[in-house]
Design a protein around this ligand. Structure first.
Ligand SMILES: [Mn+2]
Length: 231
């Protein structure tokens, strides 16, 4: 199950989407908070810990400032030990390879941001290209997919990630960040990216910061996708 960009509105999910089904894994692709303060992050993590899933994975987003502080992050994760936090890291859970990274190209003064070209390229050069990644979790969209900001109507995704995606060869690339581009696309082109790859922007909030977009579920054994829509 994929969620992203909940920005402190997680307590409203059950009333707006209904009870969520049990899943083996839930992945949050960043921006669990509005301001990235310790207390609100801890409150989110407490809620996330209680979700009906065997594994709960999380990356940070550009609002989640507290995760830039290693000591505070360590404290938060010790207090909420059922959460798996990924920061430029690979993990294999039940034979599914997952890599998570919080970085986005610079856009204002936010957390986990780097300069568009060489700095962002360094981030993606660290991602394994040995075919071990089934799900690539990034906060930023890649350039050209799920990345048109209504503020100016232009692409704000990461070019360096677009360049790298064919080498990484994930089955699913999930992002968040650009709320107005929430949704799922099956890639049909042959060249970039790989044909059949799923591109998902899992943002739940819309541009006004209200819960709005569907929650997506991937059944890995049958490769079927379904969504839970807001009522
Ligand atoms: Mn966001």
């Amino acid at each position: 199950m994929f969620i992203s960009d909940t920005h402190g509105r997680h307590l409203e999910i059950n009333s707006l989407y209904g009870e969520l089904p049990y899943v083996d894994m839930i992945i949050h692709s960043g921006d669990c908070t509005r301001y990235g303060e310790y207390e609100e992050t801890d409150l989110f993590l407490k809620w996330y810990s209680q979700q009906n899933a065997k594994h709960k994975l999380l990356i940070a987003g550009n609002h989640d400032f507290v995760f830039q502080n290693k000591e505070r992050t360590k404290q938060l994760l010790e207090l909420n030990s059922s959460i798996t936090y990924l920061e430029d890291e690979y993990i294999n859970i039940d034979n599914i390879g997952i890599y998570g990274s919080p970085w986005s190209p610079i856009y204002g003064m936010w957390a986990f941001m780097k300069h568009r070209n060489s700095e962002m390229d360094e981030v993606w050069q660290k991602v394994p290209t040995d075919g071990s990644i089934d799900i690539l979790v990034t906060h930023t969209p890649r350039y050209g997919r799920h990345d048109v900001s209504v503020r100016g109507n232009y692409h704000v995704g990461c070019e360096m990630l677009s360049n790298r995606i064919n080498d990484i060869k994930p089955k699913v690339h999930v992002c968040g960040h650009i709320h107005e581009c929430g949704g799922l696309i099956v890639e049909e082109r042959y060249a970039t990216p790989i044909k059949g790859m799923i591109s998902l922007n899992a943002s739940l909030l819309n541009i006004q910061y209200y819960l709005s977009n569907p929650i997506w579920i991937w059944e890995t054994e049958t490769n079927e996708w379904s969504s839970i829509n807001k009522k």
